[in-house]
Design a protein. Structure first.
Length: 335
């Protein structure tokens, strides 16, 4: 784990704070995610082209249109993210203690802190890595980011500029490498097929709620890209049935599809249990699915097409305005 302590002054501007985090990341650790490489567009593919990827999760039990567009898949980047620890660990400015313990970021006081490759352990004992950005404000809300299909996608899907937009609006951020992604343990297909993907989301929740900054569970928004939407939905429905776990404040789906509700019998089947707002961002090529869902969706679900757009986090590259619009929507949930 690389400890970035580039914030030795009080937080006077969240934007400047985040810029320091990201600049320090590039300067301190050569293994930092190259966000620019994640902006390439992902084409819409057929189920046959997906092979072992999302096709296994794309069958849906929805009626009234949730099965439309189920051939909307995800083209994965053949170049998987690699991480290195060659830069070693930076010395903190306020303590000489060894920070090599992965749990050190959750001990002590609530401080401004950016940590790369923080270890999160799921309820089913899978070790994940995540980049965490804490503002140093007790009770501040948070956003959890879930990338596109593993193993050839990772937290690098989300540009650093998008993380900066979120922290500038007052959000802590946890950007998770889902199970099977580079640096995380586990089987990649279990991130989106079967019951285990929800534990990746819960691990991020537990990190935030157990952190000294005490993020309230009901003040967390989950953003999923492509079949990251599957894990986001699975967790929300799990939380709906658990008294001890709160549902997210809201969800953002970047390129939802039939796979989104594939483990749950579809979105429409579970509409009553999803008592929070959802934002559906999608490219023009995925209009059919989203228009079908919008035909029966509750008023709290919002739909935004981006033309020409690109699949998943590719929208941030094809349509840069989508990043700020998404951050604005998340911020509005707390107004």
């Amino acid at each position: 784990m690389r400890h970035l302590d580039v914030l030795s002054r009080p937080l006077s501007s969240r934007t400047s704070m985040t810029g320091a985090l990201l600049i320090g990341c590039l300067a301190v650790a050569t293994g930092c995610s190259d966000a620019d490489s994640a902006d390439s567009e992902a084409a819409t593919t057929t189920e046959d082209e997906l092979g072992e990827g999302e096709s296994g999760a794309e069958t849906s039990g929805d009626t009234g249109g949730d099965t439309a567009g189920e051939t909307t898949g995800e083209t994965v980047d053949d170049s998987a993210e690699t991480t290195t620890d060659s830069a070693g660990e930076a010395e903190t400015s306020d303590s000489s203690e060894d920070t090599s313990d992965d749990s050190s970021d959750s001990a002590g006081d609530c401080v401004e802190q950016a940590l790369l490759d923080t270890t999160l352990v799921t309820d089913d004992a899978v070790a994940l890595i995540a980049d965490t950005y804490m503002l140093g404000q007790v009770g501040a809300p948070a956003v959890v980011l879930l990338h596109m299909i593993p193993p050839n996608n990772s937290k690098a899907n989300f540009p650093g500029s998008f993380v900066e937009l979120l922290t500038a609006r007052g959000f802590n951020v946890v950007n998770v490498n889902r199970r099977g992604a580079p640096g995380s343990e586990g089987v990649a297909t279990e991130a989106y097929i079967g019951p285990n993907g929800k534990w990746d989301v819960k691990a991020a929740y537990d990190y935030l709620t157990d952190h000294p900054c005490q993020v309230p569970a009901g003040q967390i928004v989950v953003i999923g890209a492509s079949n990251g939407t599957t894990s986001a939905l699975d967790f929300s429905l799990y939380a709906a049935g658990e008294d001890s776990v709160e549902q997210p404040r809201g969800l953002v789906f970047l390129s939802a599809g039939g796979y989104t509700g594939g483990n749950q019998g579809g979105l429409q089947t579970n509409m009553a249990a999803l008592g929070h707002p959802i934002l559906f961002n999608y490219p023009s090529a995925e209009t059919a699915y989203n228009e079908a869902v919008s035909g029966w969706a509750p008023a709290a679900w919002n739909f935004q097409e981006y033309a020409p757009g690109a699949h998943g986090t590719g929208m941030f590259g094809s349509n840069p305005e989508s990043a700020s619009a998404t951050a604005d929507w998340v911020e509005a949930l707390f107004e």
